[in-house]
Design a protein around this ligand. Sequence first.
Ligand SMILES: [Zn+2]
Length: 194
Amino acid sequence: MNTEWETALSDRGGATCELCGGSSDLAAHFVPGGAGQDAEAHILACADCRDRIEAPTLDASHWFCLKQSIWSDVPAVQVQSWRLLQGLPNEPWALELLEQAYLEDSVLAWAKAGATGGSQPDSDASPTLDANGTPLADGDTVTLIKNLDVKGGGFTAKRGTAVKNIRLTDSPEAVEGRINGSVIVLKACFLKKQ
Ligand SMILES: [Zn+2]
């Protein structure tokens, strides 16, 4: 922590990790995709959190701290928390928190900007379209337009079932969503955006 903004960041975090409150080996962690610079674009994070940001599912219970940090006043902390929650699609508490969390539009746009990740521009990737040809995005709510047998789930997802907070997949024809507690792959052509 040398430069002026690093000092400001350290002060903002109260010399504790802005995610988990830990204090070991704190350093600035860059949160890509935002318009801000310096302290605005970084969070103060401990070594443990910084390591786990690379592999959020390794020990999901570590991220119970996000239940606090998602409500931070600091946009960069909100964005990092939101992205980490998005990285835990198999954790019911994480999905619940995503539904409860409120991010300002500009903060949510930032969070989503990085969510597609990487430096690869995906403008030439085919968009994922619903039954009406409406583009789908991560976090959308869709309804099923036909009954779907869930293979392995042992149940039929009824036409009209709403699926919240879908996630796009590598294929433009499929999205992931949670029905009856199971994350399943849904064909986009059987969905309608709400
Ligand atoms: Zn931490």
